[in-house]
Design a protein around this ligand. Structure first.
Ligand code: BES
Ligand code: ZN
Length: 455
């Protein structure tokens, strides 16, 4: 390992420049105008992988292409095979005015590299590529075969990757999947994540009059879609922070006493958490700690709310429509399909006859949970400890990575989630960053992982 450790250390500044080049692509999957940027970013990745000595190609899909890159195979030898998954698409950077520097012009301050996608997920998946580069460029034999699968639609639900996995089961069959696209509590606590929440997304559009109306001439005689939608939304959560959709909690697996004890041992406290979030008080489902609320309990969030006039000054209208974007986060054993059905029915029931409600169900993903004590999990914990020289923690995460259940379904493989993002990395927020120490330790962890997994 010493040769590899030296190589990683000696090349750190070049790796950082390469990460900057990667972050410069505005690969925003939610916005159709960025399709050429996603294509260009994928092409850059393919040539980057080829330069490292990987057998890399661009695999077209109905949407953005998937990058597949393989370590050189040893003829006639069957070795363990691992898939390393990542995504090169990023969240929309808006609102632009809150960025201290442009989101696609990476900027380094101290040990932070700022830019949209720096931690979610470009920096994290590049760390794994750099670990493998160290093996290949120092002539150190890898103890296993690796296939990188880096997609461009994670932030919009990974639909085309699911189709790709189904069609390429044999090529991608593997012993486990490795993903660095989650977080760690702080730099003193490297983490293995054993559960992710699932998700179900909706758009609700309340339609009122056929056009915006003068609110003085017509107000009082016709329903207001913004008001009606607000009233509907207000009924979706009760005072105790519980989601009111009938049957919503029916299948939720309760937390065991053991798990509650383990989660309570994670670093951090509510006072610091409240300050970090900048809220006057914390709020969540009563009866649960904030760690439990945000990782092990389901929720409903309004992600966006639009109606009427939002420009300078006032405009006296009754808007023709109002729209809300919602997501439900789900935990084991909730079934997104069942939840979408129950939620749609409930939204419609809550809508008054004076409004026409359009309910559009969007992307969805099942919750994920895996044993944190399997031999693979233990190997991953050893690799984390070797890289960070700290005792790792085991945790749940509140975010979702839609494809992990499809890895299980189509490749029969469990996923090791070894996240490198810090809580203040601003994933999905303005001023996203990635810590360069996490980048370097991530490379080291990647390098150790292949040894530990094959021991
Ligand atoms: N990297 C995140 C997932 C994540 C972040 C998991 C932090 C756990 C902790 C991923 O890129 C993401 O944002 N996923 C989306 C999926 C959705 C758009 C279907 C999410 O969780 O909102
Ligand atoms: Zn994300």
């Amino acid at each position: 390992m010493q040769k590899i450790i030296d190589y990683l250390q000696a090349n750190q500044s070049r790796f950082i420049e390469e990460l900057c080049a990667y972050v410069r692509f505005p690969s925003v999957s939610a916005q159709p105008q960025h399709r050429p940027d996603l294509q260009a970013c994928a092409e850059w990745l393919v040539s980057h992988c080829q330069a490292l000595g990987l057998d890399a190609s661009l695999r077209p899909t109905a949407g953005n292409p998937i990058v597949v890159a393989k370590t050189p195979r040893k003829a006639g030898v069957k070795r363990p095979h691992y898939v390393v998954y990542g995504h090169y698409d990023v969240q929309p950077p808006e609102p632009f005015d809150l960025w201290k520097s442009p989101p696609f012009e990476p900027r380094i301050v101290g040990t932070s590299l700022f830019g949209r996608g720096a931690c979610d997920n470009k920096g994290q998946n590049l760390a794994h590529l750099k670990a493998v580069e160290a093996y290949l460029k120092t002539g150190t034999e890898l103890p296993c075969d690796l296939t990188f699968v880096i997609e461009g639609e994670e932030e919009v639900g990974s639909k085309n990757l699911a189709t790709f996995l189904k069609a390429n089961r044999a090529e991608l069959a593997c012993d486990a999947v490795v993903i660095s696209d989650t977080g760690m509590p702080d730099k003193k606590h490297p983490a293995l994540t054993y559960a992710l929440r699932g998700i179900a997304a909706f758009e609700l559009i309340a339609h009122g009059p056929s056009r915006d109306l003068h609110s003085g001439i017509f107000g009082g005689s016709v329903d207001n879609p913004a008001m009606a939608l607000s009233q509907l939304l207000a009924k979706l959560r009760d005072k105790k922070g519980r989601v009111t959709i009938p049957g919503f909690y029916d299948d939720v697996a309760p937390l065991s006493a053991f798990e509650r004890k383990e989660l309570a041992r994670l670093p951090g406290n509510d006072k610091a958490y409240q300050k970090f979030l900048g809220v006057p008080a914390l709020f969540g489902e009563s009866g649960y700690t904030s760690t439990e609320q945000r990782t092990a309990r389901p929720t409903l969030e309004i992600n966006g709310l639009t109606s009427g006039y939002q420009g300078e000054g006032s405009k006296t209208i009754i808007p023709a429509w109002a729209r809300a974007k919602l997501t439900l986060r789900l935990v084991a054993n909730q079934d997104p399909k069942k939840i979408v059905k129950a939620a749609t029915k409930y939204f419609k029931e809550l809508c008054p006859p004076s409004i026409r409600l359009e309910v559009k169900a969007g992307h969805g993903a099942e919750p994920y949970i895996v044993s944190p004590t399997s031999p693979e999990a233990k190997a991953a914990l050893r690799a984390l400890k070797l890289a960070w020289d700290r005792e790792p923690v085991m945790m749940r995460e509140g975010g979702s990575i839609p494809i992990v259940n499809d890895f299980k379904k189509f490749l029969r493989a469990d996923t090791l989630l070894l996240g490198l993002a810090l809580p203040d990395d601003n994933a999905h927020s303005p001023n996203e960053k990635f810590d360069l120490e996490c980048f370097a330790k991530g490379q080291l962890m990647g390098a150790h992982l292949w040894q530990e997994l094959t021991k």
